[in-house]
Ligand binder design. Structure first.
Ligand SMILES: Nc1ncnc2c1ncn2[C@@H]1O[C@H](COP(=O)(O)OP(=O)(O)OP(=O)(O)O)[C@@H](O)[C@H]1O
Length: 347
């Protein structure tokens, strides 16, 4: 288990003190995928770099399976570092070495023979789906393939923990999903603890069991992913969760909406957001019963399952036609049912 206990880190700079991390306490269970979310400068990297001693806290304790990491130095710290693999946004590969040489690189100081190192690197290349690209150079690979090399290299020393620092931020959505799928497979096959630093809630939803949200060095919210997605408490968390849900508003929906605005210039187009158990309730049926004179057309809808499938978020785009006052009442009714409503077109 990883434990951050009352961690603070203050940097002294020419401009004065920077309080990068302020009194953060966090527990991460072994085998868990834990996401740390926040905007740039929130303190995520500074906190996580304490796991391999790349940063030391100004105050507080960092423990891995009961060992005080913040007190290690020399050989003990080097041994500890081998138990933690890292992957990065820009891959950090050696450009003059081939795929297999990159994966073997962390094994250069190990006691394994050359043959054993080669065999191990080959197995890892196969695990990440690059068994047929062993002798390619990084420049000959796609972004997703480069990150697969990064992942294989991070696993070379059989780590207990994998830190992913914005590892999918430079990849397109499809490649991101493929890399997330690979990380999911590795987490399950190897029982590896994965700590993910990201600003993308999509990554959290796909992969993480738990999530912590950081803002200005402070940990403002944490919990199981299903709970944080379905009932976010803090404003910033709500913004992150909504940013993910809003991705369902693809150009297609904008086109449909634009067409409907043209066709029915008098109607209101509204987005309805349902969280958690609300997706299972007959809220829309009740609204139609309550306001029988209104006409409702469903334009588009989506439901995202979250984390361990206990929660969900649904977004529905509807067009309401009818008396303006009655529409207003209907929206009030929905708000009372804790459905978030947003008027997209006020025809
Ligand atoms: N070595 C350092 N010296 C001075 N200030 C630092 C140092 N490292 C980080 N900081 C500052 O600490 C704060 C937190 O930075 P950190 O990199 O941990 O944030 P982050 O949430 O990981 O953001 P990003 O994704 O941009 O890296 C920032 O204000 C940053 O400028």
């Amino acid at each position: 288990m990883i434990e951050f206990k009352n961690i603070s880190k203050t940097f002294q700079t020419k401009e004065g003190e920077v309080k990068a991390v302020q009194d953060v306490s966090l527990k991460i269970n072994s085998g868990e995928v834990y996401g740390i979310v926040g905007f740039s400068g929130a303190g995520k990297s500074t906190l996580v770099r304490m796991l391999n001693g790349l940063e030391t806290p100004t105050s507080g304790e960092v423990l891995i399976d009961g060992t005080r990491i913040d007190q290690l130095s020399g050989e003990k710290l080097r041994t500890q570092r081998k138990k933690i693999g890292m992957i990065f946004q820009h891959f950090n590969l050696l450009w003059s070495r081939t795929v297999i040489e990159n994966i073997m690189f962390p094994l250069e100081l190990s006691k394994l023979s050359k043959k054993e190192r080669l065999e191990k690197a080959q197995k890892l290349a196969e695990l990440v789906g690059l068994g047929d690209r062993l002798h390619s150079y990084p420049a000959q690979l796609s972004g997703g393939q480069k990150q697969r090399v990064g992942i294989a290299r991070a696993l070379a020393n059989d780590p207990d923990i994998l830190i992913s620092d914005e590892a999918t931020s430079a990849l397109d959505p499809q490649t991101t999903d493929e890399v997330l799928e690979l990380l999911d497979k590795i987490n399950q096959q190897m029982n590896l603890t994965i700590v993910i630093i990201t600003h993308e809630m999509h990554v959290i939803r796909r992969l993480a069991n738990s999530v912590a949200v950081m803002e200005d060095g402070k940990l403002i919210e944490k919990g199981p992913v299903s709970q944080v997605f379905t009932a976010p408490q803090e404003e910033l968390t709500k913004r992150f969760v909504n940013s993910e849900v809003d991705q369902s508003q693809t150009p297609d929906i904008q086109k449909i909406t634009a067409d409907l605005i043209k066709k029915y210039p008098n109607g209101k187009i509204i987005s309805l957001k349902f969280h958690g158990d609300q997706v299972k309730l007959p809220i829309v049926t009740e609204m139609i019963r309550e306001f029988p004179n209104l006409t409702m057309s469903i334009l588009e809808g989506s439901i995202h399952q979250i984390g361990d499938q206990q929660g969900a978020i649904g977004t529905l785009f509807v067009q309401l036609l009818g008396d303006a006052h009655e529409i207003e009442e209907a929206l009030n009714f929905l708000n009372k049912m804790r459905v978030e409503t947003k008027v997209i077109n006020n025809g």
